[in-house]
Ligand binder design. Sequence first.
Ligand SMILES: [Zn+2]
Length: 531
Amino acid sequence: MYDLIIKQAMIIDGTGKPGWTGDVGIKNDKFTAIEPSLEAADTSETVDGNGLVIAPGFIDIHTHSDDFWLEDALSEIKLQQGVTREVVGNCGVSLAPMDPQSRNDVGFQDALISLGKHKNSINGFSFKNYRTLLEKKGFSNNLMGLIGHGTLRMAVMGLSDNIPDQNQMEKMKILMDEAMEQGALGMSTGLIYAPGIFARTSELLELSRVVAKKGGFYASHMRNEAEEILASIDEVVTIGKQAKIPVQISHLKITGHRNWGLVDQVIEKLLNAKKNGVDLTCDVYPYFSSGTSLTALIPPWAMEGGMKHLIPRMHNAVQRKKIIHDIKYGIPGWEDMYHNAGWEKITISQFNAAEKNDIEGRTVAQIAREKKADPFELILDLIEQEGEGVKIISETMNEKNVGIFLKLPFAMVGSDSHFSKGKPHPRLYGTFPRVIRRFVRELKILTLEEAIYKMTGLPALRLKLKNAGLMKTGFQADAVLFDPETISDRATYQSPDKFSSGIARVIVNGKTVINNGVHTGAKPGRFDFPY
Ligand SMILES: [Zn+2]
């Protein structure tokens, strides 16, 4: 007796092997039979899979949904793309761990704001607290989490740009070790953001050794994705080699048109590292614009101490001039986003104040022209009003390189999505169907089997999932049933909040969560511990 049989669908199992037509039987939370035919079997429900593909549920290994999960347990935005598992805590930012003693620090206060109405239910915040809070609420999607190095560093030394002293280093290592014991996947860094930008390689190495001992991995938003990308890859590789830790380069890309030609050297470096025994993988999102906070344009020295210190610096005429000078002309080694995009290609995607409608969805250049303002002065004014809350989308990449990176055999798909108001980057709603529409159907860069492998089997390997991520009997029944000819992203930069089309059904742990475009309300998600 089965709970559900999907009949005569093209089974693409997530290993990269060619698809074949057959029946899939599900009982409780597992695939219990995958056969050419289950003709005579008893089942509570049958679905005709003719003309459709059934694949393992997609795994989004790179997201920023940490606080969103506390607000929207149904996670429809992700499920409507076929995503049945998310990894939070990327780019150096997670909600845990926070040290209760630093409760009054800026970073802690920011994190509390993110926790919204849940903020009073915590007192100091461990990875276990985070997990428990979610598990109490229940959720529709499977979930796993990394520890953000920035969060960890803030818990111990605030937004200081110092090198940690021995005590501080010891404290960070203890917090990291605890989080790993409580089921974290490893450590992520965001080395263009404060406070990650203040960390030396040696600090990251020491923490990575703690993670490696527990079997975890190191995921890095590298120090520089532009002219210094080669040196940044060297840093990741050094950490991989010396800490003996698997490494994941987050959202691999080359920003800035002057740097696009580095692509061959980037690939050579990655292949060399692998040849030398470093367990290196990466994730890529299928767009050629990136998205972040407007504060990422501020030079690192001005971000020391966070917003609390940045505002007085912006008010000081000499320092304000220096901030603008550094944005305009750059600082050696620092990834200057203005340089790599220019005001014509940086669009404000979220601004909350009353002028919202004059600002959201427009480029900095457009807004400056309309307001007859100097664009450099303008962005400082916007930051002064809303700090990290001002989000941007910058067109800094080319699709050719995106395709080349996506095709690398060790590259997987990750959305880098962040739930935000206004006009969020369309990757939030469209990443996974977009890979199939654009890179499989239109550009023919990937076969469908390859694309599915990059969304399922490959990330499952990185996450050390032992019984999920593939269509295999005995494995967790996470699956997506879709029409390979029509599955498409519909989210655009101007209308980002559009669900994808072409997905018939999404199943999480054996339960149907999306049926013909409608969420069933089921919350079968689990928080999984890998090691
Ligand atoms: Zn990032």
